[in-house]
Design a binder for this molecule. Structure first.
Ligand SMILES: *Cc1c(COP(=O)(O)O)cnc(C)c1O
Length: 393
């Protein structure tokens, strides 16, 4: 496709482009610096191992962890699986209960479903129409059998920011480990694992302008968390994650987080203002739009709304100039409408008429302006049935 005619990319919750500075930092590790980081007997291994340790420091710095608490994984899916299954299986002789929420990412929920098949008990907390947990319900769910609470820091469809410091305080007081899927939070809002009392945290580079295929799991040392590894093998990453690390990807992850550390607040302010303008204009111009989630406790780059009286399939078809995402079956991998939108109380019809917009570092004011105009036009068209007529002609 002619590059200039590509749709405007507003799907940054799905993935983000690699920042050119990140790509540049990665390049030498494909070619001249090609050693195996685990080759401890010569220079080729050393120079690459050293680069990985710098990346580990960069990741640790952004979340106020120690470098030795950072373990590289292939992404947030693997980090979530490792954290949840790893902790549950390690402590199974002592405790057998976990707590999570119905609005978690499928990789968290599916890990819990697997643990239920292995004999663990799991409590799935409900969330309100704003996507927030009820902290009293969380407290009431904890028992002397609870080993782990897993709650995402930022929801990937509706952008809800959970009060992690409050959740952390509750868990620490009850001596229950807290894991958070922070794939949509790290690099976008300040996260401090010490202040928030987070014991395990998952992140992924490709949501933060880094490459796909690399992420990290933070495993706290104080209090010490133990995990049963998922992979068997050479014992890399202190035995937690066997397999040769991908140095170029590790360097990319580190550089992405280094840049986020410097530019996050500035990006968030600019993009939050653009998102607010977009919603105000849409809401003012088109009747019957329903905001999914609430505008408070919501990440600034996210917008998710349903279009009463339309369906996402027609909407998406009427929006060839935009790359956005919908909560309906046609555009997602699963064959259900979004479990998250249902969890906040939407009907199937409204859940299937939803659009998710995710802004990112490279989104410009002009793009948001053009996208807003395209949305107003497309929604009006689809509502009037004019789109179907036009398409049929
Ligand atoms: C993208 C995402 C994941 C999965 O991350 P991968 O690195 O693609 O495996 C998990 N959780 C959340 C909240 C996400 O947004």
């Amino acid at each position: 496709m002619d590059q200039s005619k590509k749709p405007i990319y507003l799907d940054c919750h799905a993935t983000t482009p690699v920042d050119p500075r990140v790509a540049e930092a990665m390049m030498p590790y494909f070619t001249e610096k090609f050693g195996n980081p685990h080759s401890s007997g010569h220079f080729y291994g050393w120079e690459v191992a050293e680069a990985i340790e710098i990346a580990r420091e960069q990741v640790a710095a952004l979340i106020n962890a120690e470098p030795e608490e950072i373990f590289c994984t292939s992404g947030a899916t693997e980090a979530n699986n490792t954290a949840i299954k790893g902790v549950a299986r390690f402590y199974r002789e002592h405790r057998n209960h976990l707590v999570t929420a119905v609005s978690e990412h499928m990789c968290v929920l599916d890990s819990c479903f697997q643990l239920e098949r292995e004999g663990f008990d799991v409590t799935y907390l409900q969330v309100g129409s704003d996507g927030l947990l009820d902290l009293e319900e969380l407290k009431a769910a904890l028992t002397d059998q609870t080993i782990l609470v897993s709650i995402m820091s930022v929801q990937n469809e509706i952008g809800t920011i959970q009060p992690m410091a409050k959740i952390g305080a509750i868990c620490r007081e009850r001596k229950v480990f807290l894991h958070t899927d922070a794939a949509q939070a790290v690099g976008k809002i300040p996260i401090d694992v010490k202040q928030m009392k987070i014991d395990l945290l998952s992140l992924t580079a490709h949501k933060i302008f880094g490459p796909m295929g690399i992420g990290a799991l933070y495993v706290g040392k104080k209090p010490r968390v133990r995990l049963e590894p998922i992979f068997s093998g050479g014992g890399q990453e202190k035995g937690l994650r066997s397999g040769t690390l991908a140095p170029a990807l590790c360097v990319g992850l580190g550089e992405a987080l280094r840049i986020a550390d410097e530019e996050m607040l500035e990006d968030a302010a600019r993009l939050g203002a653009l998102r607010d303008q977009m919603w105000q204009r849409l809401y003012g111009a088109v009747p019957g739009l329903v905001l999914n989630g609430s505008m408070t406790n919501r990440i600034g780059v996210n917008l998710n709304f349903s279009v009463d009286g339309a369906d996402a399939e027609s909407l998406m078809a009427a929006l060839p100039g935009l790359a956005v995402s919908s909560g309906s079956a046609c555009s997602s991998a699963s064959d259900d409408s979004s479990h998250v939108l249902k969890a906040i109380g939407l009907s199937n019809a409204l859940a299937e008429a939803s659009l998710r917009i995710g802004l990112g570092r490279f989104t410009t004011a002009d793009e948001v302006e053009s996208a807003t105009k395209q949305l107003v036009k497309a929604i009006t068209k689809v509502r009037d049935g004019r789109y179907e007529i036009a398409a049929a002609e």
